[in-house]
Design a protein around this ligand. Sequence first.
Ligand SMILES: [Zn+2]
Ligand SMILES: [Zn+2]
Length: 294
Amino acid sequence: MTDSLIGNAILSISMGVKDLHSGQYARSLSAIRNIYAGILLLCKEVLVRHSPKNSNDVLIKSRILPSKGDDGTIIFVGKGRKTVNRTQIQERFESLGLSLDWNRLNRISEIRNEIEHFYSKKPEPLLREALSGTFVLVHRLVVDHLNELPIALLGQKTWQALLEANEVYEKEHARCISSFGSVSFGSPILEQAIEQLSCPSCGSSLIMQLDEGNADEYSIELLCSSCGAIHERETIFEAALINEKYHEYYLSYNDTGDWALEPCPGCRRQSYIVEENKCALCGYNPVDITDENW
Ligand SMILES: [Zn+2]
Ligand SMILES: [Zn+2]
């Protein structure tokens, strides 16, 4: 079982990477599907290796039944052929204390949708981002969870292509984030959201400040470094705040309890952050109102 699982995982990922790396953009969709499927197979391989002996690979079976062992103790065994889906894979990793950057996995699936949707635009930056995410996920799964060498499993060409895509993407993403370096944001929650921006024209997360020297948060203009589109800050920032994945991301790094967004009476965007008592986009604050400062 396990040989074919890992073999299929490597085959899917290698095929996808080869298509994308060789510029076979016409095959982008099937390539991304292959990569995504391959990563899920690697996750299943991890679960198989954690399954107890004689449990019929219980951790990858979607149906689990209790059974009596030879000495009368109750054990859980996998039933049937149906294996775990994406949600169950994450549940089982989490309940076993195995970590993985699930946001990156979701992002690959989003990129697949974005490529389908924005197909006429240049797909290279998005594909590079998908490969970069693949690099991070495969590295984690293969090195940390399977104790294997990625270069030995995937082969030098495939691994090198992933590594390079990751370097280029990370460099560009870091440049985008540092373009906001002079700005002091009134809202810490918005300040962290700049790592999670997304272009409504092409779906890329490479969004930077047009004027890198600008320090005033209300004068920010945004540029998508993938497709060149210029966006107004309100639209992009509001979308980042509303994004549930950002919400999860923020809460996983900051132990501040829950935070909620309300419609802002000042700018009418969904950007009034209850925890901060302030609108992250226009600065509206009910206390300032009485001071006639606003
Ligand atoms: Zn764009
Ligand atoms: Zn507002």
